[in-house]
Design a protein around this ligand. Sequence first.
Ligand code: PLP
Length: 447
Amino acid sequence: MSSVNPQTKAWQDISQKHHLAPFSDYKDLRPRIITKAKGVYLWDSEGQKILDGMAGLWCTALGYGREELVEAASRQMRELPFYNTFFKTAHPPVLELARTIAEITPGNLNHLFFTGGGSEGNDTMLRLVRHYWASKGMPEKQIIISRKNAYHGSTVAGASLGGMKPMHEQGGLPIPGIVHIAQPYWFAEGGDLDEETFGIQVADELEKKIQALGENKIAAFIAEPIQGAGGVIVPPASYWPRIREILAKYDILFVADEVICGFGRTGEWFGSDYYGNQPDLMTIAKGLTSGYVPMGGLVVSDKVYQQIKEVGDFNHGFTYSGHPVAAAVALENIRILREENIVETVKTQTAPYFQKRLRELCAHPLVGEVRGVGLLGAIELVKDKASRTRYPEAQAVGMMCREHCFNNGLVMRAVGDTMIIAPPLVISKTEVDELVEKATLCLDLTQ
Ligand code: PLP
């Protein structure tokens, strides 16, 4: 975006002067200004139409411009724009929503604690699992095992649970009681091992860590079914079965962070369904409201709930826990997902087509691997295909590709030199074709 129109320039000047944007380079805060959206498309202040290959930020399951969600919000705002859910008060939308989510979550995950987003969901999880063990007379069970390069949010607990080094380096993280084991990232870290052997080896790190620290000290293991912000890291097929075997042997809680994988992204309602996992707790956000309003939550199993119920008070909550407008939008969002059979359509129609078309990019000289599940995809950029050698200036190459994408009407995000894609669940096959065509052009330009 070298020369821009006067209105864009004016907004960019305001941004430089006043807006501290998240995860941004503060030396240059001149953003691309997104002004409107419809379906799977965005428009920027230069009038450019852009296919949103990232669903906002993995959020807009139903795409943009769904009037039903707007109506649900405005109806609720007229009826009851706000009331809290503290101290024995509630309202119909939050109760209806809790019941509805319990119907679609796997197993006996039946109890909902609502938050403003995914980070608060993971903060809530950390406090609740420690509270759970303390209430069972085991207060020393405090440690949470997570994975390197995981993303669990940006609050102090969320960023500590996450395994992102650049985040830990700012603010003295992680907080005590959180440890990280290896990620199942075969393409980057598998070395000479075949994928399935690598999957077992990495999963075994969980058992080694439990044994090294002592089962009596470990409260929980947290993981995204597929690491999203880390680079859409689809684990080898051997990984989750081995993790399940290990978890079955030890008395620790299993937390699935479903903030990205939840609400249909994998072609199942939750990533845990896709892999056949049965977590004790699940964090949710993003697709819960299709991003139209902020909302997240922690889903708690009967087992955990029965125990903490014995104590009574849980001294934790947010003003906006179960906000009525967010709850009304989430309810409408889930109604549409169900009535329009969207998750099933992703599974049987769109995802197989998207995955097939995306894999055609494997033939491109710049591409070392294409992987994905459902409507999640990743393209690894390499200097040399055969040896999987990456560019030394990986970050710059990824940013260049991202910039070419934006300039040619496609949002693809760069995680280093891994290009990642997660379009709205309602993307059509023709729009998938357009996405792949544009991605090919941008790879050509990056070469
Ligand atoms: N967990 C995962 C897996 C995420 O991808 C994110 C955000 O991208 C979060 C948690 C944090 O959610 P939020 O940004 O809503 O706080």
